[in-house]
Design a protein around this ligand. Structure first.
Ligand code: TYD
Length: 422
């Protein structure tokens, strides 16, 4: 790791909070009968203390600025706060820094209670050692005080950096003898950060992440969903996608067999009713072939640049369906899948379980059955046994989730299992 202490400004550095701030400033001006500001000027309110901005950009006096802030908050606290999103890749960066053993904190001129709310809302609170903001009554907090309050006592400032998108951040860092890292993807003016003495300036968060981590991008996370046909994976996948996107993770959703053009073509061959009579070995090799292509083309590149890959079925399906269902044995299946699993292994697998009668009822209501879904009952009993054996052998990785319950209840379990690895 490049530093021991990593501090971040919030607005324009961790999250794009612009929309909520602009709209709430516009609201306060309208209520006070001040002329409206254009978007560019409204954007200049992002970052510096509000009090100063109202005086500078609207010509308000002290008292008017006070009133404007009160009106701003009226809208911002309940509405504007949530008109924001984390910069894609930020959650993964904070996670990687925390896992690397660093001290990670926020130092922002936003009121502390808002920062706490937002950190919780985005689920990044668990990566943060400290959240240092202002009290409600402090309008122009000195950034240096905010930074010092975000550090543990006795921290060696020469091992600390402050990342921010405005000159206040960088200048305060320099004043304290810390590295000031410029986040030029936020709300800085051209040349502002370099001019303020930033030790490095980055126009893309991915470049800044690489620098902060000492040359490496945080590796992403590989999640897989498993279960017998009809267990409701698709519904849970859609919910999981929404949940993780809201938390600012960059996602790649994919599936097996398939997930890239060549593997999708192999999928057609495997699942088509025209392939009736295909030998079990051929089937297993086709799944393995489609997997290695998919991992190489899609999964591994996405993990390398810090994304979360969610894959609908992976190697465990081949163990359950081909090793157990087709009785080809686990050794053979693992062997033919070596090229794929050398590149990527799931960090967490969600195994949705459902008794066969219920699964059949669900399947009967859906699309026409494919070649695999038309197999006999003893085949599915062996698949089931395969999954049970896997879950028993790797309880750390595989979370078994009872999918016979309602959608929301199942999703609570899915979320809990994913949160554990985040
Ligand atoms: P799909 O329509 O994706 O099924 P589901 O919606 O249930 O995931 O079809 C995939 C079928 O392929 C499914 O029956 C399971 C089977 N399969 C294997 O037998 N081995 C494998 O390695 C994989 C990935 C899938």
């Amino acid at each position: 790791m490049k530093y021991d202490y990593y501090l971040f400004d919030f607005d324009g550095t961790v999250a794009d909070t612009g929309e909520g701030i602009r709209r709430s400033v516009a609201y306060s001006l309208e209520k006070m009968g001040f002329p409206p500001l254009n978007e560019a000027t409204l954007s200049r309110f992002i970052g510096p203390p509000l009090h100063d901005s109202y005086m500078e950009f609207c010509g308000m006096d002290d008292e008017q600025a006070e009133r404007a802030i009160a009106l701003y908050r009226e809208r911002y606290v309940d509405i504007g706060l949530y008109e924001s999103h984390l910069y894609p890749g930020m959650a993964m960066l904070l996670r990687a820094l925390k896992r690397g053993g660093a001290w990670v904190a926020i130092a922002s001129a936003k009121p502390t209670f808002m920062l706490q709310r937002l950190a919780k809302h985005f689920g990044i609170d668990k990566y943060l050692d400290a959240i240092s903001g202002t009290g409600l009554d402090r309008h122009s907090a000195d950034k240096r005080d905010l930074i010092l309050a975000a550090l543990p006592e006795g921290a060696d400032l020469s091992r600390a950096c402050m990342c921010g998108d405005r000159r206040f951040d960088v200048e305060a860092a320099a004043g304290l003898g810390m590295a000031g890292v410029g986040a030029d993807y936020g709300y800085s003016m051209p040349g502002e950060l370099a001019g303020a003495g930033a030790c490095a300036v980055f126009g893309a968060l991915s470049d800044m992440a690489q620098y902060l981590l000492g040359g490496e991008l945080p590796r992403g996370l590989f999640l897989t969903l498993e279960g017998s046909d009809g267990c409701g994976k698709s519904t849970q996948l859609a919910l999981l996608r929404e949940y993780l996107e809201k938390r600012g993770f960059e996602l790649v959703l994919t599936r097996e067999p398939g997930g890239c053009p060549i593997s999708e073509r192999i999928r057609e061959v495997i699942l088509s009713l025209d392939s009736k009579g295909m030998s079990d070995e051929c089937e297993a090799l086709l799944y393995a072939a489609s997997r290695v292509e998919h991992v190489r083309e899609v999964v591994e590149p996405a993990l390398k640049c810090g994304k979360i890959v969610i894959c609908d079925r992976f190697l465990d399906s081949s163990i359950a369906y081909q090793a157990y269902g087709r009785e080809l044995g686990e050794d053979f299946i693992r062997q033919i899948n070596t090229p794929a699993i050398r590149l990527a292994k799931p960090d967490r697998t969600l195994l949705l379980t459902l008794d066969r009668a219920q699964a059949r009822r669900r399947l009967a209501q859906g699309a026409p059955l494919d070649r695999l879904e038309l197999e006999k009952e003893d085949f599915f009993a062996r698949v089931q046994a395969g999954y049970e054996a896997l879950a028993k052998a790797e309880p750390e990785r595989i979370a078994v989730i009872d999918a016979s319950r309602g959608i929301d209840e199942v999703f609570e379990a899915v979320k809990a299992a994913v949160d554990e690895v985040l």
